[in-house]
Design a binder for this molecule. Structure first.
Ligand code: SAM
Length: 350
C-alpha cells in the first residue's frame, strides 16, 4: 500500500500480522536495519524464497561488510542512504530468485570461501559429505607409498608434470570440478595430496583456477579441460588413490520442475544427467576403475534414491566386480539421504 507521504506500508509478520512497517521509498529515510531486515524477510517470503529471514540477514551483513553472526550488533543503527539503496537492490534481485550465493559472490565450503560466478554450478552443503568421505579415506589409507606413486600421465605441460612428480602424497582426481570446491577442499585438508580436476566448461575452469590462486592452492591442483577422464591416456593406469565426482545427476524430465534458483541459474550441463539421471554416473563407473590404484576409492555424489538404483542395476554391479571394485555402503547426508556412492579397488596396496 502506498501512502501520501511516499512510504509503503506492509505487515512485517505477513498477512496475519497486526503491526505495520513503514519503509521509506527514497534515500535519506531514518529506517533502522532491524526494520529493513524484517521488511525484506517478508518481501522474500512472498516471493517464495525458502529461507527469507536468513537471506535478508545475509544480504544486510554483506552490505554492511560484516558477517551474519555480528549483524545483531548493527541492527539498531539507522541505514546510510547508499547502503540502503544497495540493500534494496539486492533484496529485489533475491526476490526475483537470483541465488543468494550469486548475490554474495561466494559460498562457504568446508571452511573455505569459494567464489562463484554466472555460468558455474554453485556448491551445495551436501557435497561436503563427498569431501568428508574422501578425506577420511585418504587419511586412514596408511599404506600409501611414501612418494604417493608416479604422477598420472596427463595433458599436463612437462614443467607442470615435473612439479607434481616432486610432491609427496596421494594422487586425487576430481571429475566435473565446477567452482573447484571439492578439489580445493581436498588439497587444503590433505596438504600432501596432488589433485587433478577436469571439467568440460571453460567458465568453470577459469572460476576454479582463480579460486585456487585466491586460496593459495594454485600449485596444488591441476585443472584440465576434458570430457570426464579423457585427459588421462592408457598409460595413466592405476595412478590415483581417489577418484571423486559430483556429476550431473538430475533426470532430464525433472529439470523444469527445479526451484528457479537452480533451473534458471545453474548451467544445464552441470545438472542434466540424461533420461534416468545416471548417464554421466554410468560413464564414470565405466572409466574410473582403470585409473585407481589398489585400495583406491571411487566416490560419487548421487541424488535421492539413485544409490539404490545403481545397486539394483545388475550390469553396473557386474562391471564393477569385473574391474576389481568392491561396493561399500553409501554414505548419507545430514538429512539421512544416501548421498555418496562408494567403491574400493581391490588388491594389495603396494
Ligand atoms: C554438479 S556440477 C559439480 C561442480 C562441483 N564439483 C561441485 O560439487 O560444486 C557438475 C560439473 O560437471 C561438469 N561436467 C558435466 N559433464 C562433464 C563431462 N562430460 N566431463 C567433465 N565435466 C563435466 C559440469 O560442467 C559441472 O561443472
Amino acid at each position: 500500500m502506498r501512502t501520501a507521504s511516499g512510504t509503503q506500508r506492509v505487515s512485517p509478520t505477513g498477512p496475519k500480522g497486526n503491526k505495520t512497517l513503514t519503509r521509506p521509498l527514497g534515500g535519506g529515510g531514518s529506517e533502522r536495519w532491524a526494520e529493513a531486515v524484517q521488511y525484506a524477510s517478508y518481501r522474500l517470503l512472498r516471493a517464495g524464497v525458502a529461507s527469507p529471514r536468513y537471506d535478508a540477514e545475509e544480504l544486510a551483513a554483506h552490505v554492511l561488510g560484516t558477517d551474519r553472526g555480528r549483524l545483531p550488533l548493527l541492527l539498531h543503527e539507522v541505514m546510510d542512504s547508499h547502503l540502503a539503496e544497495e540493500f534494496w537492490r539486492l533484496v529485489a534481485q533475491r526476490a526475483s530468485r537470483i541465488p543468494l550465493q550469486s548475490l554474495l559472490g561466494s559460498v562457504g565450503f568446508r571452511g573455505l570461501r569459494v567464489a562463484v560466478r554466472p555460468g558455474v554450478f554453485i556448491p551445495r552443503p551436501e557435497t561436503e559429505v563427498l569431501v568428508e568421505v574422501a578425506v577420511e579415506h585418504l587419511r586412514t589409507q596408511a599404506s600409501l607409498p611414501e612418494d604417493g606413486g608416479p604422477p598420472p600421465e596427463s595433458r599436463l605441460s612437462a614443467r607442470g608434470a615435473r612439479f607434481m612428480a616432486r610432491r609427496r602424497g596421494p594422487n586425487v582426481l576430481e571429475i566435473g570440478t565446477g567452482s573447484g570446491c571439492v578439489a580445493l577442499a581436498v588439497a587444503h585438508e590433505i596438504p600432501a595430496s596432488k589433485v587433478w580436476a577436469t571439467d568440460v566448461s571453460a567458465e568453470a575452469l577459469h572460476c576454479a583456477a582463480s579460486n585456487a590462486t585466491r586460496l593459495g592452492l594454485a600449485g596444488r591442483v591441476v585443472f584440465l579441460r576434458a570430457d570426464l577422464t579423457s585427459a588421462f591416456g592408457r598409460r595413466a593406469g592405476s595412478a590415483f588413490d581417489a577418484v571423486l565426482s559430483n556429476p550431473p545427476y538430475v533426470p532430464t524430465a525433472q529439470l523444469h520442475s527445479l526451484m528457479p534458483e537452480v533451473s534458471c541459474h545453474d548451467p544445464v550441463r552441470a545438472l542434466d544427467g540424461g533420461p534416468d539421471g545416471l548417464t554421466v554416473v554410468r560413464r564414470i563407473l565405466k572409466e574410473a576403475p582403470r585409473l585407481l590404484s589398489p585400495g583406491g576409492l571411487l566416490a560419487l555424489e548421487l541424488g535421492d534414491g539413485q544409490a539404490d538404483e545403481l545397486l539394483g542395476d545388475e550390469k553396473t554391479v557386474d562391471w564393477l566386480g569385473r574391474t576389481g571394485m568392491e561396493i561399500l555402503d553409501p554414505v548419507p547426508d545430514l538429512a539421512g539421504v544416501p548421498r555418496v556412492f562408494r567403491a574400493l579397488k581391490k588388491g594389495a596396496v603396494s
